[in-house]
Design a protein around this ligand. Structure first.
Ligand SMILES: Nc1nc2c(c(=O)[nH]1)N=C([C@H](O)[C@@H](O)CO)CN2
Length: 118
């Protein structure tokens, strides 16, 4: 299995469980590994033969910036479902970080894996 990845995609969104968090926009940072097979694209150099990380990034920015989740867990699950369904990704690993949430921590968040590696 090969991986197409997106690292440190930053998006501003409404997220959090506290009242003050519902009134501001905060930065979330996404790391996404997507299972795929790159061999056909490597042979043909045809972008249509591979998973286009620009298309996925654009869609994630659109989705996350319009969302208003309470928990990073919910955001992670919804992103995973979107990527697997809309981009036919059979397996992924996703980190959703909220680096500005805890003043004394560099980052907090969740990492999930969904689907089957092949
Ligand atoms: N496991 C989680 N813990 C916490 C979350 C979360 O989404 N998942 N969220 C918060 C608050 O919104 C926090 O980010 C603000 O300080 C606390 N714990």
């Amino acid at each position: 299995m090969d991986i197409v990845y997106i690292k440190a995609l930053q998006v501003e969104t409404v997220i959090g469980i506290y009242d003050w968090e519902r009134e501001i926009r905060q930065r979330v940072v996404l790391d996404l590994d997507m299972g795929t097979d790159i061999r056909q694209a490597a042979l043909t150099e045809d972008i249509e033969s591979t998973l286009n990380y620009k298309s996925v990034s654009d869609r994630l920015v659109e989705f996350v910036s319009a969302s208003e989740f309470l928990l990073v867990e919910t955001m992670a699950e919804e992103i995973a479902t979107l990527v697997m369904q809309e981009f036919s990704v059979p397996w992924l690993r996703l980190k959703v970080g909220k680096p500005d949430a805890i003043a004394t921590a560099e980052d907090v968040g969740v990492v999930i894996e969904r689907g089957e590696p092949f």
